[in-house]
Design a protein around this ligand. Structure first.
Ligand SMILES: [Ca+2]
Length: 216
């Protein structure tokens, strides 16, 4: 068989291999009460619990707060009308999803302090699996603004052999001082593309075509 008879086949197979890579999408992982709209509260009202979230460490107060029109807070919630808040505490939620190999996780949320112009305390956003820290984003003392929400993101890629593969994922947020407000947690999982393997296989097919051509 001539080389040109192999060439279209090799290209077709290569395209088939490449096609799934083009369809790689970030899949959202459910975080319950991710926007702290539960329970619904009247304007300016706050409570002392966050449904679906737990107090991990710290004796500080946590809850949900309907912030618009508060005299203490001049901004509005980034998503919906309510935010979560924590006073020197760490909150967390163990998720139903587990850590998968060859997957990149992107965890985002928005955070602001209130009542601390120029001297807002630190905070950290962490992604855990099986109780072990995978990655975290830290905002040092003074890094967060007063009443201005900032996006905070941390990413982690699980590779083969990681000790926490199969463990339940967990999201945690630590506030080092009073009046940390937070909203709109999002966690996405994306399979790691493997274009190198596809191209190697495609090259092998093309090489096979060259060998056949020489024999012809
Ligand atoms: Ca919200």
């Amino acid at each position: 068989m001539k080389f040109h008879n192999y060439f279209p086949s090799a290209i077709s197979i290569l395209l088939l291999l490449t096609l799934p890579l083009c369809n790689v999408h970030a899949a959202p992982i459910t975080i319950l009460n991710h926007s702290f709209e539960e329970p619904p509260l009247a304007d300016t009202v706050w409570n002392l619990t966050i449904p679906d979230w737990s107090l991990v460490t710290g004796a500080g107060q946590i809850g949900v707060w309907n912030i618009p029109y508060q005299t203490l807070v001049t901004t509005e919630a980034p998503d919906g009308t309510q935010v979560g808040y924590a006073h020197g505490a760490t909150i967390g939620q163990v998720l139903s999803a587990s850590l998968l190999v060859d997957t990149t996780y992107t965890l985002t949320m928005e955070a602001a302090y209130s009542g601390c112009p120029g001297s807002c305390p630190a905070m950290s956003l962490g992604l855990f699996a099986g109780g072990d820290l995978l990655s975290e984003a830290i905002r040092a003392d003074g890094a967060l603004n007063d009443d201005v929400f900032q996006a905070v993101t941390t990413t982690f890629t699980a590779t083969s052999g990681h000790l926490n593969l199969g463990d339940a994922l967990e999201v945690r947020l630590m506030s080092a001082g009073p009046e940390l407000m937070f909203d709109n947690f999002q966690l996405d999982a994306s399979p790691v593309p493997v274009p190198a393997a596809a191209w190697l296989f495609g090259s092998a097919l093309l090489g096979l075509g060259v060998v056949k051509r020489k024999k012809a």
